[in-house]
Design a protein around this ligand. Structure first.
Ligand SMILES: Nc1ncnc2c1ncn2[C@@H]1O[C@H](COP(=O)(O)OP(=O)(O)OP(=O)(O)O)[C@@H](O)[C@H]1O
Ligand SMILES: [Mg+2]
Length: 188
């Protein structure tokens, strides 16, 4: 099996395992990760936080988003770039932000150039992932969206942090040269 086939197999396997988590396991993971994320945000005195709306069994980010809205934080969500294929923009997300479904069926803030945050103003970028290993390598859904966003993150001053269920960890991910490792991964 070549690397691409291995990666596809890992995606299939882990998504299936994750889909079998119970509602209780999901709730506990959400609670655990929310607490860890709030501690981390406090520790880094982070203000601008990029998150994502969970789907496909990803740990729910709802509690974290609500907690951040109550604090002195700003929440941003990824939006598919209208022209640059497979690139993301990050737009502010508030309780009354108009939302639209993108072509993956994921809800995103309606594009409004005034609400786009330049990446160098972001403090923490929480990423979804399908699988990860203890070196901080991540495997996503296969679009390369986050790999593009995370290029040279060290020079943009934000920290990329993964959120994952423990069952998403594997020993060693087969990585490619374009994969960008995360600064840390919070496991619920
Ligand atoms: N910085 C980049 N510039 C151009 N193409 C890239 C870049 N990063 C990744 N790609 C391309 O994106 C495709 C998907 O990459 P990969 O399989 O690593 O996605 P992924 O990490 O699972 O997805 P995501 O980042 O969306 O979670 C690959 O074909 C790769 O060549
Ligand atoms: Mg990748």
């Amino acid at each position: 099996m070549n690397t691409q086939q291995q990666r596809q197999q890992i995606r299939r396997q882990i998504r299936k395992i994750r889909a079998n988590l119970t509602a209780l396991q999901q709730q506990q993971a959400e609670q655990a990760v929310t607490g860890q994320a709030l501690d981390l945000i406090e520790h880094h005195q982070a203000i601008n936080i990029a998150l994502y709306l969970s789907f496909d069994g990803e740990i729910s980010t709802q509690s974290l988003i609500k907690a951040l809205w109550k604090k002195n934080n700003k929440v941003f969500l990824p939006v598919l770039h209208p022209f640059a294929k497979n690139h993301l923009l990050f737009l502010q997300y508030l309780p009354d932000t108009p939302m639209v479904q993108n072509h993956f069926g994921i809800w995103e803030p309606k594009l409004n150039v005034q609400n786009v945050l330049p990446l160098n103003e972001l403090d923490i970028l929480f990423t979804p992932l399908v699988a990860f290993d203890k070196q901080g390598n991540r495997l996503g859904m296969g679009g390369g969206f986050y790999d593009r966003t995370l290029q040279n993150w060290q020079q943009k001053s934000f920290l990329p942090i993964g959120l994952a269920h423990a069952c998403q960890q594997i020993d060693t991910l087969p990585i490619e040269h374009w994969d960008v490792p995360l600064f840390d991964i919070l496991v619920g």
